[in-house]
Design a protein around this ligand. Structure first.
Ligand code: EPZ
Length: 429
């Protein structure tokens, strides 16, 4: 199993190209199931989760081709992939595949909308919490689907097709909002989704669906209105920049000090996280091609954060921000409100010398003057990258085990950090 070795202490300076967003690419790829035409996605990141979803979609009959490099493109450009679901050959998503990646459960929306039936394995729990699927079930039932649970599978059917309806989510869910938008795009009549997730990835999926001929208004706000259409066509769509990768590298720069341009990204995608970074003492400015992050000299101030659905502070940056706060000059409280078990990084940060105590959903982080390298590992991708951030500032050598978690969500991490002066190396075994 590969490991990452970090020798801490270097500041970061230079440019880091930001990849296409994993959490936008995955639902966009799933949307290819909605049409027999070709959906072309540009700026698709090269990640283990993307490769895994390609295999899962292949099981339903989706063909794909990857375009070669074009004139003027650097190695940093994301790939262009063409997805074609000419014929859906299988409406079952088996346990062996869904259990490997939770987002693959989302195929239930397009399969039900296009084929009027789907049999999808329940995803089960995962490292960051129980993550139930009740909101998907309720939402699809509102669109007229009958849903049974049989031997660990959700068996959904909509004889004669889905019908538009008004549905209010009792709790904000990114995945359930994606699924409802995809399903309602091919339902008969109008659907009104209230208390929808407002994440930029939801708006990105809606933009792609609209390019495919869907009629969706309001995505990116909490009320989404969808007029169902008979069929969707192919389209070409560019995946939006990864706000979590952006925030992660911004936090790495704030941690080590230095001066880095995050290229090809946008500050409006992560305003609340950038505000927290500014409060901690980093300078964050918009530049023509991205965001510039700098921290020189001054130490880090403690900052309290509470995770919340967009536009709040993202749960996917909570671990990274906690790593940063381990070096602040005081006490910060970090509250996790989205997932009940997303603090696995705490004990590993403590191994590096951090002082953190947990009480329910609040982590109290008391800043320390130094961290010291150690072997660490984590069981979730954002937790793993928080250990990389801590390792960049720790004295001596940090070995991050189980690198496959990082490969799920961070493209060429060691190269991107290495090009800015970090000593980060992958050890293959
Ligand atoms: C998406 O997961 C992201 N995944 C997650 O990123 C992210 O942490 C999460 O949104 C929150 O921002 C992708 O986009 C692929 P939710 P999702 O449904 O859609 C509860 C990463 O590191 N809930 O918005 O699965 C749920 O348990 C990943 O890249 C129900 O109760 O998250 C959680 O407490 C990890 N019933 C809350 O809602 C349901 O039916 C929000 O989850 C569905 C969800």
């Amino acid at each position: 199993m590969d490991r990452i070795r970090i020798r801490g202490g270097n500041t970061l300076s230079g440019t880091i190209p930001i990849s296409g967003a994993k959490n936008a690419a995955l639902p966009l790829m799933i949307a290819s199931l909605l049409t027999d035409d070709t959906l072309t996605l540009e700026n698709v990141p090269h990640l283990a989760d993307v490769e895994q979803l390609i295999r899962i979609l292949g099981n339903h009959g989706v063909d794909y081709t990857v375009s070669g490099k074009r004139l003027g493109q650097s190695g940093a450009s994301g790939r262009t992939i063409h997805f074609t679901a000419r014929t859906i050959i299988d409406t079952t998503a088996p346990y062996e595949l869904v259990s490997k990646m939770r987002a693959s459960f989302w195929v239930i929306g397009p399969l039900l909308a296009r084929m009027h039936k789907a049999r999808v394995s329940l995803p089960g729990g995962c490292a960051i919490g129980t993550r139930p699927v009740d909101l998907f079930i309720e939402g699809l039932q509102a669109l007229g689907a009958t849903i049974d649970i049989e031997s660990g599978y959700i068996v959904a059917e909509a004889k004669g097709g889905l019908k538009g309806a008004r549905y209010r989510f009792p709790k904000v869910s990114v995945g359930a909002t994606h699924v409802m938008m995809m399903a309602a795009s091919l339902a008969k009549g109008e659907t009104l989704i209230e208390n929808a997730a407002r994440e930029p990835e939801v708006a990105d999926l809606a933009a792609c669906l609209n390019a495919m001929g869907a009629r969706i208004e309001g995505a990116g706000t909490s009320t989404i209105r969808i007029q169902g259409v008979e069929a969707l066509s192919g389209a070409r769509h560019r995946v939006l920049p990864d706000r979590i990768e952006t925030g992660t590298y911004a936090m790495a720069v704030a941690m080590t000090g230095g001066d880095v341009t995050l290229e090809g990204t946008r500050s409006d995608l992560l305003q609340s996280a950038l505000d927290a970074l500014r409060a901690a003492g980093a300078e964050v400015t918009d530049v023509a091609n991205g965001i510039h992050v700098r921290r020189n000299g001054n130490g880090l101030q403690p900052v309290d954060v509470v995770t919340d659905p967009f536009p709040g502070f993202p749960t996917d940056l909570q671990a990274q921000f906690m790593a940063l706060m381990t070096r602040s000059s005081g006490v910060s409280n970090i509250t996790e409100t989205i997932f009940e078990n997303r603090f696995m990084h705490v004990q590993e940060l403590v191994r590096l010398g951090a002082r953190i105590s947990l009480s329910g959903q609040v982590a109290r982080v008391e800043g320390v003057p130094r961290l010291a390298g150690a072997p660490v590992m984590a069981t979730d991708l954002r937790a793993s990258v928080s250990l990389v951030i801590a390792g960049l500032a720790a004295e001596g050598e940090t070995i991050v085990n189980r690198v496959y978690h990082l490969d799920r969500g961070f493209e060429r991490l060691e190269e991107k950090l290495g090009n800015c002066g970090a000593e980060v190396e992958r050890l293959s075994s």
